[in-house]
Design a protein around this ligand. Structure first.
Ligand SMILES: [Zn+2]
Length: 286
């Protein structure tokens, strides 16, 4: 069976624009996002399912289904395109069928779905999967500081470790033929992106290297969530060049309108992400 990949919606949250846009002046970011009546902007929580060589690989898994009512209110979470579980089912995949879960990093909006409540306790959502994360990311998540402790929530990853299901990666790693993890420090020290080699062009799951597509166009637009913003800028510049050179298809995990696109350079040397709206990978968005 040839390689297949799908972008999987797991929910949408509403956040203060100070998060994704940091120091970017409002008149500039407002060209890309329209706040709601509470002044919040939407962020999707999309992940990726890769099926190749009999393996089912899930990259990130959203906030998950164990949020308290208060946390649900704080996030303003909604499910315009269904939940992770519902969408996997539409593709004929049950949680026990997932072989590998790649956590790009351990912030709660990326790995909350690692675990689910079973008899009131957080347990691995994917009982037969091996979970992959960078060793450095694990170390940082196990020792959060004052700034990161609200997003490094042990219930999202500790039960996976206790079940013996984590494999820690030491840098760039080939996962299976055609799928590799590459460390992209800046958002966190151990943040990684995932590259899928397809017959046409490579696919880059950008994760929080660039939350919205516009963050990929403008290297200096960094989020307030980034632990090392200057390092993220340098990392991003490297990947902008890579994306141009390889004509890569870019998957944006948090963008609500531009989920898939290609980076292009216009005659003035300005970078733009050209959206791709028609693609089999987008089938779940209806
Ligand atoms: Zn994120």
């Amino acid at each position: 069976m040839p390689m297949e990949w799908h972008i999987i919606p797991t929910g949408r949250v509403w956040v203060d624009p100070g998060g994704p846009f940091g120091l970017v002046p409002q008149p500039l970011w407002r060209k890309h996002q329209t706040p709601d009546e509470h002044g919040r902007v939407p962020m999707d929580l999309n992940c990726l399912l890769i099926q190749t060589e009999g393996q089912r690989i899930l990259v990130d898994c959203g906030l998950g289904d164990k949020l308290s009512p208060k946390a649900q209110r704080n996030w303003g979470i909604e499910w315009p395109h269904g939940t992770l579980r519902e969408n996997l089912a539409k593709l004929g995949v049950a949680p026990q069928d997932v072989d590998l879960v790649i956590d790009t990093h351990l912030h709660s909006d990326h790995c909350g779905g690692n675990t689910t409540l079973i008899e009131g306790q957080p347990r691995p959502t994917f009982p037969n999967a091996e979970y992959l994360v960078q060793r450095v990311e694990w170390a940082d998540a196990m020792h959060p500081d004052l700034r990161t402790r609200n997003t490094y929530l042990p219930e999202n990853y500790r039960p996976v470790w206790q079940a013996g299901q984590f494999r820690f990666l030491h840098g760039d790693t080939k996962i299976v033929n055609g799928v590799r993890c590459v460390v992209t420090p800046g958002h966190t020290r151990g943040h990684q992106v995932v590259i899928v080699e397809t017959a046409k062009a490579p696919v880059l799951f950008v994760a929080d290297l660039a939350s919205y597509a516009v963050h990929m166009e403008r290297a200096a637009w960094v989020t307030a969530y980034d632990i090392a913003p200057l390092e993220n800028i340098t990392t991003k510049q490297r990947w902008q060049a890579w994306a141009l050179e390889h004509q890569a298809l870019l998957v944006f995990e948090h963008d609500t309108t531009l989920r898939l696109g290609k980076l292009e350079k216009d005659d003035d040397g300005r970078l733009n992400v050209r959206p791709v709206h028609e693609h089999p990978a987008l089938a779940l968005f209806g």
